[in-house]
Design a protein around this ligand. Structure first.
Ligand code: KG4
Ligand code: ZN
Length: 334
């Protein structure tokens, strides 16, 4: 079969990224232009600024991606773009770029769900075998799904309120760490002990998650200490939070292994960059003699290579999009 080269575009949040991916697996080139330092000045992503910066960066990122691959757009077989979920103003920049390239160079356009992209990041350096459990842990989502085949999903549960990444970012802010909070909380937690008694989410025996109670407890604890003039041990608080937050994931994954008999787990989304999470997932996978896949660090957080990987099965099915393609802030994967 002829090799398939997909030019993929990702601009759902604060990274402008493009990649050329061969046959859904081989990353020929990948460019990620992050706006993180600018948003850090404001303590979080400012949507209006994000869209403007995507607009400024996108043609430069395209040039660099083609240059790194030593390829011309004429040699590309399809243009893929993430269309949801994310910041609509940011997504639109990528979508318009994709439509323009598809129109001018007469290439098929492939619309990719950003979360499905995170799952397919696991297919870049490994082969996902089905059925599998996929744990999605990002800044906006916390979900556990069964994947029966390419693009065949069945949701087990999701967060009823905040996403785990959102909780990490909020905790970071409250204890005075820079955005993005996740990696900074993880670093500080390494220096601390689990000395704070934080509430565990309600044990309702479902597959759903909840992080707002944990987040609020940390906000209240910090405010109360401030009012009383007491010192908070930030490292201990980070460690206590991380233990409870990750344990919640472990409990649900354990239940899913027990109840479904599935023997594979893939972890997807920015929080999969967390080492403690990986260690804990490794332990639960060993318990059930299951295989664990976590993307390489570069592919854990937002990047266009994962969009190229997720676009490949759609290319094979000829699931192409028309030029009415729009951006959506929310979109379920099933
Ligand atoms: O998937 P992602 O890059 O963007 C979204 O699609 O949301 O995920 C970003 C989230 C942020 O909340 C960030 O704090 C979190 O992933 N994150 C981490 C780590 N690295 C990134 N959370 C915990 N530990 C990390 N090492
Ligand atoms: Zn993401």
């Amino acid at each position: 079969m002829k090799d398939v080269y997909i030019l993929a575009i990702e601009s759902s949040c604060d990274e402008t990224s493009m990649a050329i991916v061969k046959n859904g697996k081989e990353v020929i080139s990948l460019v990620i232009n992050t706006q993180m330092d600018i948003h850090a000045l404001y303590g979080g992503v400012v949507p209006e600024l994000a869209s403007r910066m995507h607009t400024e960066a996108i043609t430069l990122v395209l040039e660099e991606t083609l240059k790194k691959a030593s390829m011309k757009i004429e040699e590309i077989d399809a243009i893929a773009v993430s269309y949801a979920p994310g910041l609509t103003g940011s997504l639109i920049v990528g979508i318009e770029a994709a439509k323009t390239l598809a129109l001018i160079y007469d290439k098929p356009l492939i619309a990719v769900n950003h979360l499905i992209g995170h799952i397919y990041a696991n297919n870049i350096e490994n082969d996902m075998k089905f059925p599998l459990l996929a744990l999605i842990v990002s800044g906006g989502h916390t979900e556990l799904v069964i994947m029966e085949d390419d693009y065949k999903f069945k949701k087990l549960g999701e967060t009823l309120d905040d996403a785990i990444g959102e909780a990490y970012d909020k905790v970071a802010r409250v204890i005075g760490l820079k955005y993005p909070g996740g990696p900074n909380v993880e670093r500080l937690a390494l220096e601390g002990n689990h000395s704070y008694n934080l509430p565990r989410p309600v044990m309702d025996d479902s597959y759903n998650f909840s992080y707002s109670g944990l987040k609020s407890a940390i906000i209240n604890l910090t405010h109360n200490a401030k009012q009383k003039g007491e010192e908070i041990n930030k490292a201990d608080l980070a460690r206590s939070f991380q233990d409870v937050a990750i344990d919640e994931l472990v409990r649900k994954v354990d239940k899913a292994f027990r109840e479904t008999n599935i023997k594979r787990l893939v972890v997807a989304g920015g929080v999969s960059a967390n080492k403690y999470l990986k260690e804990q997932m490794d332990i639960v996978c060993q318990k059930y003699d299951a295989e664990l896949l976590v993307p390489r660090l570069l592919y854990c957080t937002d990047n266009a290579a994962m969009i190229g990987a997720a676009a490949y099965p759609l290319y094979l099915q000829k699931s192409f999009s028309d030029f009415k393609l729009n951006a959506y802030s929310h979109a379920d994967i099933c």
